[in-house]
Design a protein around this ligand. Structure first.
Ligand code: C2G
Length: 459
């Protein structure tokens, strides 16, 4: 008797799972299915698992393919199971190709083709809502999004659109998803859109996605003009659609804990925020060559302004930009200085100058500090007058961190608006306002202004 084993979460059991189990069973005579426990999924960073373990086991049982169902509780259990049950073949979907090659020492390993399309017919029959996400853009961030999306239950990355069809095809092949040549076909096949195209294209893609009734998660900076942000949020709200700006820091657990501690009173009243994020970029890259929309502020400004807006709000009395420019006029290093009635802030970002990335929040009783990479907060400290007294906080930050924003986006779509506070519409509008003000001060906006090194204005 040939014994086969496979593993999975099998949450919101769908066609992809069903076909996997069907083919796994066909590989032998006896199929063992390991269903992951909730605790194990948590440790491997799988978020949002909707169905309980009992329901997931029951759904696997109902497929009729499993001869035996076991629970997978920890990393390392697979090898033990293969020995224990004298398994001949270990199989799993091709999205895991290579990962389980180490099992070849114990049995045959078969990667079965992953099912590309989770069809809407199947979802309707099951009366379940799995959001099919389509990606616009095929750059670095889109590459990171796909593996992260696999760790969020209730979404399925369906396909990708890029006007450069060759790039779309390559991307789609790599991730075993569909490539769409026509934007209309793309919209027909998805429920929500993740926009990861160049900054200046965001507005048009958001508008057309919303116009097609799709929810939108858009990479930062969402748009570069305040009025555009207001218009898009208004449209989304009027049509019951979710529009979400993807600044990963805003949704990660460590950063939210940091904000909670900073505002808890332990450091007293906040009087100063100093924040910095620099990344030395290759001078040949778009970020440092796009003379209209490149530069440090459009690239990293959303990150550094996030803690300032969260902690001090969006009504500062004065905002000023100090800039170091490269030969092509683009900002290599930008310092934003803000003055509030009872506080001040400096937010610094750079692509061509390296500095210490740090978030420092000073209060009347103490200060909170998170070192680089504070934008993926996993650790921070609170210090007081007494140098011996230090409170230390840590939180996990898993993978690229995009799973957190996607999970919150999904919960908003599903009507649980409890995460809306993490990045409010007015904060996104304020961020777009800052981009606009800066680009205009640099003489890059539509309303050109003299590009002197320094400029003062109201936010
Ligand atoms: N799958 C598939 N087609 C899809 C989606 C999933 O063939 N469209 C496959 C996966 O490759 C996996 C199985 O269905 O083999 C279960 O998928 P998940 O429930 O997402 O579980 P996963 O996280 O892949 O667990 O120890 C756990 C296992 O390593 C894999």
């Amino acid at each position: 008797m040939k014994k086969v084993i496979t593993y999975g979460t099998f949450d919101l059991l769908h066609e992809g799972h069903y076909r996997l189990l069907e083919r796994a069973k066909a590989l032998g005579d006896y199929l063992i299915v390991g269903v992951t426990s909730e605790a194990y999924d948590k440790t491997r960073g799988k978020l949002n698992v909707v169905d309980s373990l009992a329901t997931r086991i029951e759904n696997v049982r109902k497929t009729g393919f499993a001869d035996e169902i076991i629970v997978e509780e920890s990393l390392g259990q697979k090898v033990q199971d293969v020995k224990k049950y004298q398994v001949d073949i270990f199989t799993v979907g091709s999205d895991w190709t290579g990962v389980f090659d180490y099992m070849k020492d114990y049995c045959e390993v078969v990667y079965l083709d992953r099912t590309k399309n989770i069809s809407s017919t199947m979802l309707r029959i099951q009366n379940r809502r799995i959001q099919r996400i389509g990606i616009v853009g095929t750059g670095r961030i889109a590459e990171r999004f796909v593996p992260e999306s696999k760790l969020v239950s209730g979404v399925s990355t369906q396909g990708v659109y890029n006007p450069h069809t060759e790039s779309a095809k390559k991307f789609a092949d790599r991730w075993e998803i569909e490539a769409y040549e026509e934007l209309e076909d793309f919209y027909q096949s998805v429920d929500a859109v993740y926009i990861a195209s160049p900054h200046e294209t965001h507005y048009d893609y958001i508008k057309s996605s919303l116009g097609h009734g799709k929810h939108v998660l858009c990479e930062k900076p969402m748009v570069l003009k305040k009025a555009q942000a207001e218009e898009l949020f208004q449209y989304a709200r009027a049509h019951d659609l979710i529009l979400f700006e993807g600044i990963k820091t805003a949704y990660c657990p460590g950063f939210n804990r940091l904000l909670g501690v900073a505002c808890s009173g332990v450091i007293g009243n906040i009087r100063n925020v100093e924040v910095c994020f620099t990344k030395l970029e290759n001078p040949a890259n778009r970020e440092l060559t796009d003379s209209l929309y490149g530069g440090s502020l459009t690239e990293l400004g959303s990150y550094v302004m996030l803690p300032v807006l969260k902690l001090l709000g969006d009504s500062c009395e004065d905002i000023r930009f100090d800039v170091i420019r490269g030969e092509n006029g683009l900002d290599l290093f930008t310092k934003i200085s803000l003055v509030y009635p009872n506080a001040i802030a400096t937010a610094t970002c750079g692509l061509g100058v390296k500095s210490e990335g740090r978030l420092l929040i000073s209060g009347t009783k103490g200060y909170l500090v998170a070192e680089a990479p504070w934008w993926k907060t996993s650790y921070f400290e609170v210090h007081y007058e007494d140098p011996l007294k230090v409170d230390k906080y840590s939180e996990p930050f898993l993978g690229y961190g995009l799973r957190y924003e996607l999970s919150d986006f999904l919960s908003m779509i599903n009507g649980r608006n409890s995460s809306e506070f993490k990045l409010t519409r007015s904060e996104s509008v304020a961020l777009a306002g800052i981009m606009e003000k800066f680009l205009s001060a640099e003489g890059r906006g539509r309303d050109k202004a003299p590009s002197e090194g320094q400029r003062r204005d109201n936010m």
